[in-house]
Ligand binder design. Structure first.
Ligand code: PTJ
Length: 231
């Protein structure tokens, strides 16, 4: 069902053909982790909730795949946390920005509008963002991000949370916090953790945050599962 829905979104221009291949890669990694949230990812999701809770200006950067897969989960997370949502595309065209924005707004997401400027230290189209959105954010949640933009955001001093089923991707390695879990599961868990969050818990989670641990645990879990795949 998810695949068919993405294919429809590809035909309507919300998702790109590159987005379909990215989804296939995600499905393969999800298979390797047993299509369920790992213990270590659960801790990463709790820590992501802590970062969003403590942030002054948190922003979620949304691309075509994220909107197509998780518009409702984004609306729910925004309702709970008040986090701002900016549409930011790799394969950027004004028409796609409009389509992705409309899809999100139809699902109840409040989307930031305005003139995008070349504000990030990148040479390609991803340098564009909103001054009152990603540029001013202290915490940025970037699901399914490309490595260069993740690196650029970290270099600007932002705390960057990535959701990526591939623990070996460049984004996963550059981010301050990587959630190795499927997008819709991750967003729902973060929203759940935000409901019970308090300042003390948030401070504890943030002070013990270690991205190397999250990546190492995900790789170990995949290796463990492969070692027993034919048992
Ligand atoms: O809509 P646009 O133009 O902004 O383009 C978006 C894509 C996804 C095409 C673009 O950002 C891209 O090329 O991304 P990458 O570099 O392919 O990275 C996407 C990562 O997300 C890969 O490492 C996948 O394993 C992972 N991924 C794919 N689907 C999911 C996922 N991670 C979590 N949940 C998923 N459902």
């Amino acid at each position: 069902m998810v695949r068919e829905s993405l294919a429809r979104y590809a035909k309507s221009g919300v998702v790109t053909l590159e987005g379909l291949t990215a989804h296939g890669r995600g499905e393969a990694f999800d298979y390797l982790i047993g299509e369920e949230t790992m213990e270590s990812a659960l801790l990463a999701e709790h820590t992501a909730a802590a970062l969003l809770y403590s942030a002054h200006d948190p922003v979620i950067s949304v691309n075509g795949n994220t909107a197509a897969l998780a518009a409702e989960e984004l609306a729910h997370l925004q309702k709970i946390s008040g986090v701002a949502v900016e549409v930011n595309l790799f394969h950027r065209t004004p028409s796609r920005i409009k389509k992705v924005t409309r899809l999100l707004e139809d699902s109840g997401v409040v989307v930031l509008h305005g003139k995008r400027e070349r504000l990030l230290p990148l040479s390609h189209e991803r340098a564009f963002c909103l001054r009152h959105g990603i540029f001013s954010a202290d915490v940025v949640l970037v699901p399914l991000e490309d490595g260069d933009r993740c690196k650029a955001l970290v270099s600007m001093g932002k705390k960057v949370i990535v959701i990526d089923l591939n623990p070996l991707s460049r984004s996963a390695r550059y981010a301050n916090l990587t959630i190795v879990d499927e997008l819709t599961r991750a967003l729902s868990r973060i929203a759940g953790f935000l409901v019970g969050m308090d300042e003390r818990t948030a401070a504890q989670l943030i002070s013990s945050m270690n991205n190397y641990y999250f990546l190492e645990e995900a790789i170990k879990e995949i290796a463990r599962r492969l070692a027993h795949a034919l048992d």
